[in-house]
Design a protein around this ligand. Sequence first.
Ligand SMILES: [Zn+2]
Length: 94
Amino acid sequence: MAVPKRRRSSSASRQRRMHIFINPAAFTLCKKCGKSIRPHVVCSHCGFYKGKEVINVLSKLDKKEKKHKEKEIQELEKVQKKESPLKMDDLSKQ
Ligand SMILES: [Zn+2]
């Protein structure tokens, strides 16, 4: 049986292992509600993907939870609307 001629130095093994690591998970912001989500995945908070509702998030909740969640989503949408559009009037003031 073939046997290695000499022991691999710690430097050589570390150089080999330099490329063995886990990349940090990528995150983007949901265009509907603004929560941070994985790219190319349906938003678990509002159930939207590419501007269309894919999952009805509210269907499995009871009355109290439903009301709370609807309020939360509306507030997030309000915040996004305030941040996103920059009109010419606003720019001239700045
Ligand atoms: Zn969302």
